[in-house]
Every structure is written in structure tokens, then in C-alpha cells.
Design a protein around this ligand. Sequence first.
Ligand SMILES: [Zn+2]
Length: 215
Amino acid sequence: MDHVISGVAKFQKDVYPTKKETFQKLANGQNPEVLFITCADSRIDPNLVTQTDPGELFICRNAGNIVPPHSNQTGGMTASIEFAVAALGVTHIVVCGHTDCGAMKGALNPEKLDSLPHVKEWLGHCRCASEVVKEKHGELTADQLDELTKENVLQQMQHLRTHPAVAAKLATDQVQLHGWVYNIESGTVLCHNPETGVFEEMEQAYAERKLVAAK
Ligand SMILES: [Zn+2]
């Protein structure tokens, strides 16, 4: 923990002065273009990977980059999504999974999660994804981790569409959904191409895709 505490001092001394204007501009409000939903995994740094600054990404993180489908029960994700879309007016929502995801490994072997009842229940939100992969292969094995990770991103994008604020903005082309998988080892990002239906290299996936303009 020492280096985390000394890091704050280092930030105030070395980093803050170089970005003082940005922080002062942000002091009284935010206007992010993107809601970025990713895993809580310590190896992912959304701002580093996207080379963005404070104020640019509204970030929601949890184990497995999961978006529970909308229900009348309020949860942290539901409230954050509603706020980002309806109040802040983000124009893009990225669901970003990643390689070697512990949550996805858990979804592959739910029977091993008996001592983690909340994780087990939370991962119930990935069950469609694991059932899809299982149906395609006849069984679920460790070899299907990458496929499950991609399928989970698609499933969570589907869940996003059930949230009224998102559905309303999607229906009027005011928001766009993006499905990504970040590769920790290579630093690359695969992106779902809605035209081809598969995950492709970022450049290829966005070559012909028109992006909704920021407000
Ligand atoms: Zn993860």
C-alpha cells in the first residue's frame, strides 16, 4: 500500500501541475462521450488502453463486465447506466471483456464457486453466453474461454438494450453500442463488427462503420 499512498503525493507534485487546466475545467462538471463498461480486473486500465484523459470515459466496472438485464429492482449498474445515458447523454457504450478473465473462468466452472455464493449468483447473468457456447460444442471446456468471453460481451450488449434509457436512445440513433475484447498479453483489442457478426481487428471492424457523432 505504501507505493499507492506515495503515488498520490507524486501525482500532486509531478502530474497535477502539468494538467492543471484540464482538472480545473473538470472541477464543475463532466461531459463524457463514452460509457465504458469493463471488468474490475486489475490488469485493465481503460484510460491507458484508449489513451483518453479524465472526463472522457464514464467507467463502470465489475467482475465479468456484466450488465444485469433491466428489472424494477435498482442496482449499481442500472443506476449508473441510466445516469450516463439519460443525464450525461453519452453517445457510445463500450462493453469491454478481456483475455484470462477470472469471472469467465468461473462461468465455465460454476460448480467450483460454491464457496463464493455472490459471485456464483452474479455470474448467472452470463448463463445465456455459456449455454450458447455449450450448445455449439456439446460441452464447456477451458478451451472455450475466449469464445465465452466474446459471447459474454454480446450477451451484455443484449442486456443493455433492455434498459429503457438505452432502448430510447438506440431507437433514435443517439447512442451506439460497441463490443470489445482486450488482450492483456498483446495489448490488442478485438471489436465486434455488427456487419459481419464476428470480432475483428479494430481497424477492420471500424473501417466502414459510421459512428454516431458526439452531441
Ligand atoms: Zn475479468
